[in-house]
Design a protein around this ligand. Structure first.
Ligand SMILES: Nc1ncnc2c1ncn2[C@@H]1O[C@H](COP(=O)(O)O)[C@@H](OP(=O)(O)O)[C@H]1O
Ligand SMILES: [Mg+2]
Ligand SMILES: [Mg+2]
Ligand SMILES: [Mg+2]
Length: 358
């Protein structure tokens, strides 16, 4: 049975928009000591923490029984050394929570004037994102700023929220404050929302919530087809994708962009394929990096798998477990793309064997 998820969709749009207002305003005021380096050497800013605090506080009011798998946790903020960062995050989160209600916002979600939260409540809200994930039941996944490196460069990033039920993504919303509504007009209107509900299609809206347009991927057209891939070569192998591109005879260069904004672009017909080839062994993709994006792909007429052709498994916990890389493209191009990917993976494995032997 397919459910409408009307309230969940309205909620997710409202929460992502509110978080986007926060991240856009924080970028202009960000100073150096407002960024930390996490254990895995990746950056996290006051924007990431406060956006997670806002979305998670709202979730707690709207769907108190739903667990949350969120990227960030508050351990560094609870430490004595985190005091100034903590104060800033509380200020930013409360500024966002108390902002006036807009279209579709509901005061019962803990927003609007008078909705300030205490320090402890906000730290607890961040830490409610510590759910382990799993195969059964409802859960939300939050990536408060996906593409933190892009955010810090003033380039692309996305605020991402998805509802997963029994390991299937049912609702996904992506807010991309820096993304042009039309990639070929980069100096015109910026700020996109992408929304998908399983069985109901995908849409792009302005960040204000206006002008919804349904998204359908165009059919495979070799002359304009190109890959959407990470800016960071450490996140996705640029050399592997360029070999795949050569096998397919592509003439267009890749479009490099941070974050799940790539999935939004793919769904609306930019590029042609999302390409994420592992740069080494051992990295496990996180569910919050792909949940919303994967639903945008399937709801706009695409197919998404890992590099071996296996479906992404959102039921294994906080990571995609044994999925290896991610590829996504319009239905009629997926088999062709997958076979080129597998040819290159085989070549690279043989080269690695040879270089080990010599
Ligand atoms: N070695 C690695 N391989 C693949 N993805 C990685 C990675 N190290 C970090 N990432 C993920 O890449 C995400 C950004 O994706 P992209 O490269 O498409 O912009 C990061 O999200 P955050 O920025 O939310 O931490 C992070 O989770
Ligand atoms: Mg991160
Ligand atoms: Mg991310
Ligand atoms: Mg993030």
């Amino acid at each position: 049975m397919s459910l409408a998820y009307t309230t969940e969709k309205q909620f997710a749009i409202s929460a992502v928009r509110r978080a986007c207002l926060l991240t856009s305003s924080v970028f202009n005021k960000l100073v150096k000591n407002e960024t930390l380096v996490k254990g895995d050497k990746s950056p996290v800013t006051v924007g990431d923490f406060s956006a997670q605090a806002v979305i998670s506080s709202m979730l707690h009011r709207a769907f108190p029984d739903d667990p949350i798998v969120g990227e960030e946790d508050a351990a560094d903020l609870r430490a004595a050394s985190g005091a100034s960062l903590r104060d800033r995050i509380v200020e930013l989160a409360n500024e966002a929570l108390t902002a006036e209600l807009g279209i579709g916002d509901i005061a019962e979600w803990g927003i609007g004037p008078g909705s300030e939260q205490s320090v402890d409540n906000l730290l607890d809200a961040i830490d409610r994102g510590n759910h382990e994930g799993g195969r059964n039941g409802r859960m939300w996944t939050i990536d408060p700023i996906d593409g933190t490196k892009g955010f810090l460069r003033g380039e692309q990033y996305a605020v991402c929220l998805a509802l997963i039920v029994d390991a299937q993504v049912q609702v996904g919303v992506l807010g991309c404050p820096n993304l042009p509504l039309n990639l070929s007009k980069p100096d015109e209107d910026k700020g996109c929302l992408f929304v998908a509900v399983r069985g109901q299609g995908a849409q792009q809206l302005k960040l204000t919530g206006a002008d919804p347009i349904p998204l359908t991927m165009p059919p495979y057209t070799p002359s304009s087809f190109s890959f959407l891939e990470s800016v960071e070569a450490a996140h996705s192998s640029h050399s592997t994708s360029s070999r795949i591109s050569a096998i397919l005879g592509l003439t267009q260069p890749p479009i490099r962009m941070d974050s799940q904004a790539k999935y939004g672009c793919l769904a609306r017909g930019d590029g042609g394929a999302y390409m994420r080839m592992p740069t080494g062994v051992g990295y496990k993709e996180k569910i919050w990096d792909h949940a919303t994006g994967s639903l945008l792909v399937t709801e706009s007429g695409g197919v998404i798998t890992d590099s071996r052709g296996l479906p992404l498994d959102f039921g294994l916990g906080r990571t995609l477990g044994d999925n290896y890389g991610v590829i996504a493209t319009v239905k009629d191009a997926h088999a062709k793309l997958l076979s080129a990917v597998q040819e290159v993976v085989k070549q690279e494995q043989e080269e690695a064997k040879k270089s080990k032997a010599s």
